[in-house]
Write a protein that binds this ligand. Sequence first.
Ligand code: PLP
Length: 378
Amino acid sequence: MNTPHPSCSTPRRVWLDISLDTLRTNYRHIARAVSPCSVMAVLKANAYGLGVRPIAGALAHEGVAAFGVAEPHEAFALLDLGIPIHILGSVLPDEIPELVAVGVVLPVTDLDTARAVSREAVRQGRTATVHFKVDTGMGRLGMLIGEAAETIQAACRLPGLKANGIYTHFPVAYQTGSAFTREQIRRFTKLLDTLSASGLSFAQRHIANSDAVNNVPEACHPPFNLVRTGINLHGSFDTEGMRVLDLAPVLTLKTRLTAARTLPAGASIGYGLSYRLPQATRVGTISAGYADGLPLALSNRGHVLIRGVPCPILGRLSMDYTTVSLEQVPDAAVGDEVVCLGGEGPMAISVEDWAHLKNTHPYEIICSLGSRVERRYR
Ligand SMILES: Cc1ncc(COP(=O)(O)O)c(C=O)c1O
C-alpha cells in the first residue's frame, strides 16, 4: 500500500499575484466602452494561464454575458456558474453528445457539424444552441463566406437546433484602418442582410476581439451586439495598434533572492559564458528562470526589481535561476522579494516589454508562465 506523501507547507518560490479587483475594473471599462454591446469573456487555456475559476468567478459577479473557451474540458469547468459557455473554435464529432447534454453553445462551422449536432439534439430530446462561425479571412475555421448563406439556410431547416448567433474573427484588427478588416466587415454585414432577406436573423452577432475594441470601432456597433475579449481583461494589449481603453495590468510575477555575494573581476556568469564581470561586482541569484516563464531573451538584457530598484540581468538565465547585478541595491539580502514582471513606477516591467524583448506578442508571454508558479488572487 502506498503511504501518502506529506504535503509541503513552505510557500512557493515563484508566484503570480493576480488582482481580481483590477480585473473587475478592466471588465467594467471594456463593458462601458462597447455598450450597448454585451461582453463575452474569452477564458480559453485556463484564462490564458491565470487560472480560470477565480477569473470566471470575478467576471460572473460583474455580470459578464458569456464565457468563450476552446474545448470541452474548459467548458465543463465553468458549467456551475450558470453563464452561457461558448466553444469558439470547433467541435469534434465525438465531443458533441456530452456538450449537447450540458447545454454548451456550439460553433457550427459546416453543414456536417450542423447535421451531427441536430441528430444528437433530437436523440436526446433537447434543443442545442448554436452560433454559426463564418470564415471571412482568418483561414482557420468556419464556413467560407461565399458558401455561408446556403449552408446556414440549410442548417436552419434542421430540427433540434436553436440558431442563436453568428460570428467571424479578425486576423489583423490591430491595424487601424486596415482595408482587409474593412472588407471582412463589409462581407459579413452583407451576409447578415442576405440572411435577413430570407427570413433568418440571429440574436447575437459578433466580430470584435480586444484588438477590434481598440482599433475598429465599427465592429462594436450595430449590427453587432456582442464583443469577445480576452487579453484586454488582463490589462494587456497587442504590441501593435492603438490602446484606446484605459486598462491596468492584473498580474505581478514575483520570486525571492536566493543568493547575494560579490564575485571577482573576470568571473563568468551562466551557461554559455555570455557575460564576464568587468570588475568585482555584487551579484544576486533569484529563484526564477525560463521554467517559470521568464523568456530566455531577457539574458543580458532585461531587469528585475529588488526593493524597487532595477537590477540588470547578467548572463544567460537558466531553468530555475537568474543572476542579476546588485550594484544599485547593495543591502539586498537572501529572502528578499523580487519583482520579475509588474511593479510600480517608470521601471515597472510590463508583459509588453517582455514581448518586445522576445519578439513575440503578450499572449505567448502570459500563456507561458510556468505551472509551478503559484497563482495568488487578491
Ligand atoms: C474566436 C476568438 N474570439 C475572440 C478571442 C479573444 O481574443 P483577444 O484575447 O485578443 O481579445 C479569441 C482569442 O484568440 C478567439 O479565438
